[in-house]
Design a protein around this ligand. Structure first.
Ligand SMILES: *Cc1c(COP(=O)(O)O)cnc(C)c1O
Length: 465
């Protein structure tokens, strides 16, 4: 405990924490993409083979890192096992061997980008770039036209993708939105229309939550963010009581809230929304407790919380990065101590390098359960393991036996039809299953209870577009 309290403070534990800015020097945001891989000092020290493999994989999957992540988060004495290294650096096994070999041959032959493009496109297309019907099924309509920068899947919550926020300070190798970062314009659902957003919300009085997402909305300048959020104070949007901002900036660029030129402006905006009576929830993505250990991250957390915004946390469970109960236990304990509220443990989605990161559902549940048993009730607010699948968010509640049949007990924590939420249902136990379509109904059922209705819903929606 004492060690943690001490780590909260930048230099000396006994210094005045009310004027902490003085202790943190601004840092220039220096970023590297796959074209600059060779220029990263720490990468230069890796073997020729490792560098070649990274170069190959980063032709297909997005790569972007900045020097805060390189210098402060990665332990370069523990490569390749360091969890933050695996979180941002491409690894050979992230591509299927045949895909890797194909792209490697082109890289080795120094092929032109025109020669590479069709191969890379084919490999990307084989990686299910659009999981969970993101393109079609969730499109909201305004004046009979689809709104491409938004998704409305669950009744209460609208997702908004501001066009200036469609990158991140660094990319995660497992990101389920990876396709939008590799330049495929079709795959980018972004909107620059604050006005359309506000009109849509005004017409949908059932919506209580706006979730601003990306990319990372926190890459935006404060004045852009203000353009989208300030308008929510209007009386006709009083029903939108909760504003969530999904972000990994506390991991990848905490300077955003401490020393960046408009750090104070962004905090002032959050405070204004809180003062206007909104619940502002900063949905922070943390995969590992290590991301929360730096003094600058602790200070960013302190400053966000001082605005009256809540910080809730979520992350997928990932093979090679956080697939053990110790990591989750320590992560949730740290979060609770810092005043953050654990919210979701996700199952890695069926896209991109899923085969590299996936964890069998039964193992995910065991890790969740073991970590839960070791934390106090304050950390048991995290739900999961949850699959964000086509019909909704499905949680694995556990494994049990009914009439001699071993089954998974499941429930919807969100459903396309709100009536599905909180109904327990059962799937045949399968120790290799990693995603919803791997599961088969148990106890003699032909279909899961929601399936017929979901198929009908899908037909109806797709007919509208
Ligand atoms: C998870 C999610 C939400 C939010 O659901 P909550 O249960 O309210 O956190 C909204 N839209 C989509 C598409 C989601 O995946």
């Amino acid at each position: 405990m004492e060690a943690l309290a001490h780590a909260c403070q930048p230099d000396q534990a006994d210094e005045d924490i009310s004027t902490p800015e003085a202790h943190f020097s601004p840092r220039e945001f220096k970023v590297y993409t796959h074209r600059q891989l060779d220029r990263i000092r720490q990468v230069q020290a890796l073997s020729e083979q490792q560098r070649f493999e990274m170069k190959v994989v980063s032709q297909v999957l997005p790569f972007r890192v900045n020097d805060y992540v390189l210098d402060e988060l990665i332990d370069w004495n523990n490569i390749p096992d360091d969890p933050i290294f695996r979180l941002v650096f491409p690894q050979r096994e992230m591509l299927q061997p045949e895909h890797f070999d194909e792209v490697a041959a082109l890289v080795r032959a120094d092929a032109s980008s025109a020669e590479m493009a069709p191969v890379i496109k084919r490999v990307r297309d084989a990686l299910n770039p659009h999981p969970a019907g993101q393109m079609d099924l969730n499109l909201p309509m305004l004046d009979g036209e689809p709104l491409p920068g938004m998704q409305h899947k669950y009744r209460e919550t609208v997702l908004f993708f501001p066009s200036q926020g469609q990158v991140c300070h660094s990319y995660c190798t497992f990101c389920f939105r990876w396709a939008q970062f590799v330049g495929d314009k079709e795959l980018r659902f972004a909107s620059s229309e604050a006005d359309q957003l506000h009109r849509y919300l005004a017409e949908h009085r059932e919506v209580s939550d706006l979730l601003v997402t990306g990319g990372d909305p926190m890459v935006m300048k404060a004045r852009h963010l203000r353009g989208y959020l300030e308008g929510l104070k209007k009386p006709e949007l009083a029903h939108v009581t909760n504003i969530r901002i999904g972000s990994k900036s506390l991991t990848f660029w905490p300077y955003r809230f401490v020393t960046d030129p408009d750090a104070d402006d962004v905090l002032a905006l959050l405070r204004e929304l809180v003062d206007a009576g909104k619940h502002v929830a900063f949905m922070a993505h943390f995969n590992h407790w290590r991301e929360m250990e730096t003094p600058i991250c602790r200070e960013a957390i302190r400053r966000i919380r001082a605005t009256g915004a809540q910080i809730r946390t979520q992350a997928p469970l990932l093979h090679h990065i956080n697939d053990d109960a110790d990591t989750w236990t320590r992560m949730w304990r740290t979060q609770v101590q810092l005043g953050l509220v654990p919210y979701y443990m996700f199952v890695e989605r069926d896209t991109g390098a899923q085969h590299y990161f996936e964890v069998p559902l039964v193992k995910a549940w065991e890790i969740y359960r073991e970590a839960m048993q070791r934390v106090s009730g304050l950390a048991r607010t995290a739900r999961g393991p949850s699959m964000s699948a086509d019909p909704g968010k499905v949680e694995i509640q556990g494994v049990t036996e009914i009439n001699g049949e071993k089954v998974f007990v499941l429930r919807f924590i969100q459903g396309r039809n709100p009536d599905w939420v909180q109904r327990p249902f059962f799937a045949r136990y399968d120790e290799t299953a990693t995603w919803l379509p791997d599961l088969k109904p148990a106890l003699g059922a032909e279909k899961f209870f929601y399936e017929e209705e979901f198929d009908a819903l899908k037909d109806e929606k797709l007919a509208l577009i």
